[in-house]
Design a protein. Sequence first.
Length: 539
Amino acid sequence: MSIWGKLAKHQRATEGRHMLDLFADDDHRAAEFSVHAGDMVLDYSKTCIDTEARDLLVQLARDSGVDVRRAAMFGGEQINETEGRAVLHVAQRADDDAVITVGGDDVMPRLRDIRARAYAFAEDVRQGRFRGQGGAITDVINIGIGGSDLGPAMATLALAPWHDGPKVHYVSNVDGAHIADTLKGLNPETTLVIVASKTFTTIETMTNARTARDWMAGRVSDPAAQFAAVSTALDKTVDFGIAPARVFGFEDWVGGRYSMWGPIGLGLMIAIGAQQFDAMLAGARAMDRHFSDMPLEQNMPVLLAMVGVWHNQICGHATRAVLPYDQRLARLPAYLQQLEMESNGKRVDMSGRDLDRQSGPVVWGEPGTNGQHAFYQLIHQGTRVVPCEFLLAARGQEPELAHQHKLLVANCLAQSEALMCGRSLEQARGIMAAKGLQGAELDRQARHRVFPGNRPSTTLIYPQLTPFTLGQIIALYEHRVFVEGVVLGINSFDQWGVELGKELAVALAPLLDGDAAAMATKDPSTRQLLGYLRAHQVG
Ligand SMILES: O=P(O)(O)OC[C@H]1O[C@](O)(CO)[C@@H](O)[C@@H]1O
């Protein structure tokens, strides 16, 4: 029987067993079903994974070739097979003396050079040596979308306590509301615009970049002098009019959603400075080392991935909630949606055959405690099981508000405990009886207060959310996605699924101005919507 078959059989045989029984049978379960990486701990003991399931999961990772593919990635091989590219985001945070080759060439000198240029420019902006036409830069707008936005925007919010540079804003949506609201109140004479786009063709980014340039043109004589660009398409940045001195390139073997470690992080570099950015890279590098050196059974990204495989592909839980008890990680779920769903939302394997199991899960979430007052009801009592992933810092950043951090921590621990332990009908009846209810009314009310429990969660716990820790966390998630992709046999590094909608949008835009012949080629629903939009003056 295949490992997949053995896992399915084991799941069927143990279905319904309560995780509290697993704890009762094993005094050391909490420690044994936890994994350490540096000072960070991932506790996955509040799941129904037992020793046999874990052994099978690790075996599955091994048989899928995780260690071989991992070596191939770190070694610069072309593992992004559909695009014929290496996958080397890890090079962007590698040691200063690292040698990493692609096609026989050491890529590190160029990477170090670009990082040094980006740091130097960031420092110039921070120290007021690079100035706007009305004085020192007060505001920076990063215009980008997807990987050219989500990573740096998430990290900029996460590292707010380290901000000592100009204010950094992120504009992504082609909806004019986004840029209009951002520009309101900014001074064009002291604003720097970074156009961040790997391809420099993305319609949202280029449209917003032109809008920002027009906004500036009304007030400064040379808008292009207050623009910088980050892209792999250097010719296109020149065509846009941005001086090469303020253009920061990167290579196509850094995927967009894996690119926050290099010049795509320029906005963050300006906000927190090179030293803190370096600390973030060091955290990621520490996780890279852990991932590449630790045996699979003690490897945090591998175990996190395999817990996900157990819940999604084996148990059939289609979604995963990411629940940071850390308000500054508010954008983490959105960032992970791209990282995980764009990477592992694939229907065919590497060789083009249909997958014979589910692809990656639907990832969503919100920071606790806000989520508790919104969707946790469903997590606790809904009919579907939603595996939860809690993130928690032992210390907050506000010593004067330590009492609030204690409350935050208590809430986080309470949620995973409630998910696991639940509340039985008998307990609920006891509570209702204590309130004086009796008979049929007691029974009716008690049933609404039952929590089934036995609902799985993991908790990632770390000392404090610092630049170093953030680097560890994000690299952990990157490698988890990689492992899951290898186990599913898919290419985690392309994203063909975003293309069709883009192509149709380009074709649709002119129809909004009314092209009857072209309208006729559309399906009845799209025609109806177009008709409504034209009647209500879409422009
Ligand atoms: O950086 P670019 O080239 O503007 O692309 C932005 C985003 O668009 C995508 O290609 C598809 O949505 C993402 O993978 C990417 O991060």
